[in-house]
Design a protein around this ligand. Structure first.
Ligand code: FAD
Length: 469
């Protein structure tokens, strides 16, 4: 009988344990993607990017003489319907780890097993399953460095090849038309503006990894902090949808290290930050939507996301060039350099004293590399409410950060057009992407600071001193 392989955030053919196992059986394989409530609930940019990813993956399957069957509805009902229609005896998928998906998958697995269908979940999204990494006393890790120490010498599965062939079913079940799902509908900003920055699909991800290993990784340690230099792998976009596996990145990094490229160790460590985020989300799902340090619930955050400060922050007009450049980069490219993410998050939660959830939500809306675990961990790290976080009293100064990490102003001049006779095309693209009612033009004067850095810092430190925990 056929095997249904249910794809979710694992849009690749190589190093895909579930697909590999299905192909090994020699039975017909029916790849399926289901548009259910969890897909419906995605924010604008991740949903749009998912739509592109699905289209590209469907093409890759067609090259293998296979197909991606698209269906909309409750995941269990869709699978049951497909089982009836195709006579499938098994459903395989790759595990995910956020609480909503885990609950859905458990329900699906139990129901399918009860009706005598083989339901198997596989790894692939992570190198280290969150429950397999334990402290000496059997707990989970709350601090990164010991987590790193405990996994760094572990054997990571070698990447699997793509199945040479996929046996096709006697008859393909009907499929929806991807265009009818309209996954880009919620993109407020011009999708055409973001599209040139997307590197779509498994082949592009492999080229990205190859190029980074050839040209970027050796100097990664020094360059990764400089937003004006293309010094990082940019793989987060592809890792987010599983267009590449962390294992493939890890083994490439290990080979580079072996070849004497020193920056590779830092790269491996960053991959493990992603694993750490998942470890935390698995063990403490409150990471996603509540202060991880529960006492922070009493902190006097401003929670009004419509206030003028939040508006200026989102629109990249705080008058703080590093912050504004990064927010505009986000809006245009759907990504933001890690240094920028740290600075804008610190600025929002400290200088502006706004709740980290406001920033988390805006990032979720805008990022094409949105990852539930890394985004939540990043925000709680910056705000001081998270595990292994930067302390609240350590307030990044965006002006001194600029002198340190964007000395020649390569980054800020790429993203800020106001006051420049010859603005960079990317800085101008921002004005094409934004809605009219933002009422911004490249011919405007660059805005004054909405808050003096000292005043903002002192206000935040006062609130922290007077906190009731
Ligand atoms: P590289 O520097 O090439 O690193 C390689 C890979 O390691 C990345 O692709 C990523 O998978 C992982 N990685 C690197 N840094 C981190 C980190 N700090 N935490 C977790 N994993 C990391 N990353 C996302 O993938 N999605 C998000 O939604 C996201 N939101 C963030 C929000 C905030 C406030 C902060 C401070 C960080 C966030 N990050 C997020 C982490 C980090 O900024 C990005 O992973 C990184 O900028 C991606 O660029 P890259 O692929 O070139 O990374």
């Amino acid at each position: 009988s056929p095997i249904l392989v249910w794809f979710r955030r694992d849009l690749r053919l190589t190093d895909h344990p579930a697909l590999y196992a299905a192909a090994q059986t020699g039975r017909p394989v029916i790849p399926v993607f289901i548009h259910d409530d969890l897909v419906e609930g995605l924010a604008a940019a991740p949903k749009w990017r998912l739509g592109l990813g699905i289209g590209c993956f469907a093409d890759a399957l067609r090259d293998k003489s296979s197909q991606l069957v698209l269906r909309k509805g409750d995941a269990l009902e869709v699978l049951q319907e497909l089982i009836t229609q195709t006579g499938a005896g098994s459903v395989y998928w790759s595990r995910l780890y956020d609480p909503e998906t885990t609950a859905r998958d458990r329900r699906v697995k139990d129901a399918l097993k009860n009706q005598g269908v083989e339901a198997r979940s596989f790894g692939g999204h992570l190198m280290f399953e969150p429950w397999t990494v334990e402290t000496k006393t059997g707990g989970y890790y709350k601090v990164y460095t010991p987590f790193w120490n405990s996994v760094k010498n572990r054997a990571v599965d070698a990447p699997l090849a793509a199945p040479a062939t996929l046996t096709t079913p006697a008859q393909w079940p009907d499929s929806d038309d991807l265009a009818d799902w309209n996954l880009g509908a919620a993109m407020r900003r011009g999708a055409d503006v973001v599209r040139p920055f997307v590197q779509l699909g498994e082949k592009a991800a492999q080229s990205r990894l190859g190029a980074f290993m050839a040209h970027g990784v050796a100097e990664y340690k020094a360059n990764r902090d400089l937003p004006g230099v293309d010094g990082t792998s940019n793989l987060s976009e592809n890792l987010s949808l599983g267009e590449i596996s962390p294992h493939q990145c890890w083994h490439a990094g290990q080979r580079a290290l072996h070849d004497g490229k020193k920056g590779a160790e830092t790269f491996l460590k960053e991959l493990v930050w992603r694993e750490f985020a998942y470890h935390l989300m698995h063990h403490t799902p409150r990471l996603l939507d509540q202060n991880w340090r529960e006492e922070w619930a009493g902190f006097p955050w401003n929670e009004d996301e419509r206030c003028a400060e939040v508006k200026a922050w989102k629109q990249g007009r705080t008058g703080e060039p590093f912050v504004d450049a990064a927010m505009r980069e986000l809006y245009v490219t759907g990504r933001m350099h890690n240094r920028g993410r740290m600075i804008v998050a610190s600025y929002l939660t400290k200088h502006l004293m706004c709740h980290w959830r406001i920033g988390q939500k805006w990032f979720e809306d805008c990022l094409i590399d949105w990852d539930p675990a890394s985004n939540a961990m990043g925000w709680q790290w910056a705000a001081g409410s998270g595990p292994d976080a930067t302390p609240y009293f350590r307030v990044f100064n965006p002006a001194t950060q600029l002198d340190k990490f964007d000395k020649n102003r390569d980054y800020t001049s790429r993203w800020i057009a106001e006051g420049r006779a010859k603005a960079h095309p990317d800085a101008l693209a921002f004005f094409e992407a934004i809605p009219k009612h933002w009422n911004m033009s490249p011919d405007d004067d660059y805005p004054d600071r909405i808050i003096a850095l000292d005043a903002g810092r002192l206000r935040a430190l006062d609130a922290y001193k007077n906190r009731n925990f």
